[in-house]
Structures are given as C-alpha cells and as structure tokens.
Design a protein around this ligand. Sequence first.
Ligand SMILES: *Cc1c(COP(=O)(O)O)cnc(C)c1O
Length: 384
Amino acid sequence: MIWEELQGELDALQRDGLKRTRRTLELPCGPQAQVDGQPLISFCSNDYLGLANDPALVDAACAGARVWGVGSGASHLVSGHLGAHAALEEKLAEFTGFARALLFSTGYLANLGIVPALVGRNDAVFADRLNHASLIDAVQLSRADSQRYPHADLATLERLLATSTARRKLILTDAVFSMDGDLAPLPGLLALAERFDAWLVVDDAHGFGVLGRQGRGSLAHFNLPAAERLVYMGTLGKAAGAAGAFVAGSATVIEWLQQRARSYIFTTASSPIIACALASSLDLIAAGDARRQHLWQLVAQLRDGLADTRWRLLPSPTAIQPVIIGDNHDTLRIAGALYARGLWVPAIRPPTVPKGTARLRVSLTAAHSEAQLARLVDALRELA
Ligand SMILES: *Cc1c(COP(=O)(O)O)cnc(C)c1O
C-alpha cells in the first residue's frame, strides 16, 4: 500500500534523528518565548533587528488595514496592485539604489520567479554549492544547465565560465549563507560576471537590513554599484520583521520580471497591511544603527564566550552563528539539554546542511539582552 510505504519512510526519519517537529509558540516573535507554558529564551528567529513585534510596525499595520482593508483581491497584474504596494516598491528602489523594485509574496516565490524568467534551456546557471533550497529549486524549474561550484570558490567558477558555451549565463548566490553565516565574495563574483558577460543574481535574505550603511544590505557592505547585470533579491520576513520579498534591478530587468516571472503573475498580491508595516520597517532599518551596533556586540560576546571551549564556531561575521557538532544525535542531545535549561537553539541536520556537519544554529537579534545571551554562553560552557 502506498500509505504504508510513507509510514515506513517516516519511521526511518525518526530512527535517523531526522524527523522534524514543530512547536506552537504562545507569545509573539521575540527573544522571550513560551511553549507548553515553559518560558524559553529563543535563539531561533531571523528577526535580526527585533522588528517583528515592534509597536511602530504594529501601528502601521493597523492604520494600513483601516485605509486599505485586509486583502488585495487579485494578482498584481489584474487589480491587486494597490497604492500601498506601489509606495513600498518606490521606497525599496530608492533604499537599495536600483532603478526599480518588484514585490513578491515570499522570498521562495521570488527566487522561483527570477531564475526561470532569466534563463531556460540552452542557458547555464553557475551556483554556489551552499545556496538556499529556494535557489536550487529555482534552477531546476528553469531547465537551464546547472553547474555548482564549491562554496565561494572563485577559481573554479572562473574555469566553469571560461569553458561554457551557453547562450546566456547566470551566476547565482546567497549573499549571506543561511546555515553558515559567512558572506559570498560578491566583488569577485561581479568581476567574473562582467568578464564573462553573465547575470549576477544575489539573494540577500540575511543581509538586507543588517549589513551595509543604514542596513542597505550586502552590496552596500562591499560598496558595489547597482550594475545593470546585477539582480538583487531581499526578503522582508527576516530583518524587516514582516513578510514578503523584493527584487531590485535595472528598469529593463524589473519590467521583464513583471512580464515573465510566473510566481509574480499567478499569485494574489500580498496583503496591503504588510506593505504598510514594511514602509514603517524601512524607516526603522535606515535609522537602526543602534540596533545593529547592539547586534554586533552580542556577536562578539558569543564568540569571546566560547573561544576557549571545544565548541567550533564557523567564521561568521553575521547574526547567524553556527556551532558545529557533527553527529545528528549528539546535536539533538545538546539542543535538548539547552532546551531543558530554557534555552531554545535549533538543531540543524542534513539534508539542510551537508552530512556530518549537524549544528546548533544560534541566531542573535538586536532584541536579545546581554544577560539573555550570557545564559546561553554559560550553559554551552557547562555542556562542553
Ligand atoms: C529565508 C530565505 C529565503 C526564503 O524567503 P521567504 O521569504 O522566507 O520565503 C530565500 N533565500 C534565503 C537565502 C533565505 O534564507
């Protein structure tokens, strides 16, 4: 029976320590969480600036609902593109320094839309081996020839580009790698894109709002210009504290995506409430130097606190600070011990990360206090 087959596979996941469980939170997103009545300090969220439950965003969302209602009623190209969306797109273009920006309902959908709109059969995509799942799926959907280069390896990428005979080439990368926290070599990637006349698509889910002057993202961090061949994707459910994503680029590429990205065209426009909250969020991001400074202090506190222990931290300069454990069951055991102490850190296992590199993925946010982080550092030192 086909359903017995599924049950067998589920049992195997359980046996291999790969079964995922979800927990229901009894408080809004923030460092102080509660699950089944148990208070927990959460180091799980991507709400890097602590904006998800910020009173200014909540007010903007409520005010937005009174002006625009709740639903958009249709897709953007039919009649769902409301003033709130248009205003946010203009603000995003201005903030990122690109000619235009286009809103998507989620980052996953944005990536599924961008790649197949830009390349197809007879084209080639050159992708970092550690790219996010949504980019991997996007390449498959595009039917382009997929070449994956070792993580951040510019020399191999150069060789692949030099030998490619593809009609159109596209380099595809996370800007901040979601499970490692390190940065892609964006200046080198852009130089290769220029040299081999390729597109460079950058997914800045974890850099937008956090890195660069005023949180303008990873391109700003490296002082890169808004080049014509650059397609910049940022998500709005992480540091921006709400939901959704945008793609910014030249007027031509954005117009093309608006005409051809299927995940833009065949889905209902996101709620105008979210667009209103995000307009307020962009202001807080731009004025958020104090939040970012506090975040960097926490990163230093964690790294200093674990420096003389057996725990191996990856060389991450961002809010994502993975502690590599290796074995799936060990990782689950340590995450469990932390959880029993009221500290919630996700255990990340294959297939999300390569086999043998299971890890605790600590994410820090500007909403954490030094005292909350000190509790995690103390517990990890004790468990070491
Ligand atoms: C989270 C994430 C996405 C997906 O964004 P959503 O808005 O959550 O769908 C895409 N790319 C990367 C690198 C991410 O971390």
